[in-house]
Design a protein around this ligand. Structure first.
Ligand code: HEM
Length: 420
């Protein structure tokens, strides 16, 4: 056991680096959840059958007839959800402590790949129960892929193995979900860990580098053990209390209303309600991904200092930007829904202009105004400015996702689930 831990960790670690509030143990939790996913996934495979005629019934059998079947299925479901959330929080913590730059930039890129792989692991798993929820969520998500220019439709047909969901789609998703993606995840996580060690451990504030070095055992390993136990306890409690969803068997002739994409794509689906599909499904997501991948390679005036939000000024600009992003996103959604719909108003004008370029320019105008009248006055460094853009994008994405999940009802109209 000692050797295993010493392969993953150095023999001595900086006392500051292992404080809980440095990392919140998020990377370690993500790694543990991948292991839980694989173990429970292997157990589920004993009963699951990946052909449309049998898939649904095999899940029902597992639920009703197999000892601990529902519990294992629930753990698998919830650990997938937790993994996405925890990897997302880890990604936020890495960015907001400045650990995405310099010696860590390649690891940041591999981290982004890991995040995409986790999304696709969840996505491919979503189809497997072959119930109404799975069938229609995957149908709307793959339909939006068709909006990509030039290659969109061919890509959709390639992924589905036909014009619509069929037995081949289930086979492909099953192979990716149970073999290709877990293998890639395992290999990349090990590489990710190796690069953390190669960078000399995690980034800590420059002023604390002199703090004491302590043996990894028990100092770090004991803390990891506690975090792992708490995570497992929370996961098992969720699995005992809340069942993974299973509606009736998939029926291609009868669509659900509303037909929603899986929750992690609800933000993109919400964007599709407001922007021309070319912008919602292509321009905006690709711009955000490019921004995330490109930021470590910019020239900055100073090295990352490892402090949360860089400085007090950085924290202030991040806080105000977060509020600005909530207001602009909510106001944009409500305005487009209830006050003015550019596409309808300017109906002879191609939707590409009225519902694409025009709202995009309005949004950029708001951002430019915010920069000129607020951010510029703070005289931010380049890293603080990039951080403000990051915060804007993340908060806007979270607001869109929450609206898509909780406030879209029948026919995807805005609804308020709770009486106000
Ligand atoms: C399967 C998902 C992932 C696992 C298992 C994982 C695991 C870890 C672990 C254990 C660490 C050490 C410190 C910590 O616990 O925070 C770490 C650090 C790091 N991770 Fe991840 N990670 C994952 C995804 C990501 C993502 C999505 C990103 C960003 C796009 C990322 C970027 C980084 C970087 C740059 C570091 C170095 C941070 C520093 O030096 O402070 N990782 N990761």
């Amino acid at each position: 056991m000692r050797t295993i831990f010493l392969h993953l960790h150095p023999a001595r670690v900086n006392e500051t680096a292992i404080r809980f509030n440095r990392t919140f143990g998020l990377g370690g939790m993500a790694a543990l959840l991948i292991v839980v996913q694989i173990i429970t996934g292997v157990l589920l495979r004993f009963f699951y059958s990946a052909v449309p005629a049998e898939a649904y019934n095999s899940v029902v059998f597992l639920k009703n007839e197999v000892l601990f079947g529902p519990f294992i299925r629930n753990i698998h479901y919830w650990s997938g959800v937790f993994l996405l959330l925890i990897a997302f929080f880890h990604f936020l913590r890495v960015f907001l402590t400045g650990a995405y730059r310099e010696i860590r930039k390649v690891n940041w890129l591999f981290g982004l790949v890991l995040l995409v792989l986790i999304v696709f692991s969840n996505f491919t798993g979503y189809l497997l129960p072959w119930d109404q929820l799975a069938y229609w969520a995957i149908t709307v998500s793959t339909n939006s892929m068709g909006y990509l220019p030039l290659v969109g439709e061919s890509l959709r047909v390639m992924i589905l193995g036909g014009k619509e969901l069929n037995a081949g789609t289930l086979q492909t998703f099953y192979t990716f979900h149970t073999a290709v993606l877990p293998l890639l995840l395992l290999v990349l996580v090990l590489y990710h860990f190796w690069r953390v060690r190669k960078a000399g451990g995690i980034l800590i504030p420059a002023t604390t580098e002199e703090t004491e070095m302590v043996p990894v055992m028990p100092n770090l390993v004991f803390r990891e053990f506690i975090v792992a136990l708490v995570l497992i306890a929370v996961l098992f409690t969720f699995a005992a209390l809340f069942n993974a969803p299973l509606l009736e068997k998939a029926n291609p002739a009868y669509s659900l209303n509303p037909t929603k994409a899986p929750w992690y794509f609800a933000g993109v689906q919400e964007l599709l309600m407001h922007f021309h599909p070319f912008f919602a499904a292509f321009v905006l997501p690709i711009s955000v991904i490019t921004f995330l991948a490109w930021t470590p390679f910019l020239e900055y005036n100073e090295a990352p200092n490892g402090h949360w939000f860089i400085s007090e000024k950085g924290a202030k600009s991040a806080e105000t930007t977060a509020k600005f992003a909530v207001i602009v996103t909510l106001a944009g959604i409500l305005f487009n829904e209830y006050v003015l719909n550019f596409e309808m108003l300017m109906s002879p004008v191609p939707a590409f202009l009225s519902n694409g370029i025009l709202p995009l320019f309005i949004l950029l105008g708001f951002m430019a105004g915010y920069y000129r009248y607020f951010l510029k006055k703070l005289n931010l460094s380049k890293a603080e400015l990039i951080q403000a853009v990051f915060v804007f994008l993340i908060v806007a994405f979270i607001v869109l996702t929450l609206v898509g999940i909780f406030f879209r009802g029948k026919d995807m109209a805005l609804t308020f689930p709770w009486k106000l």
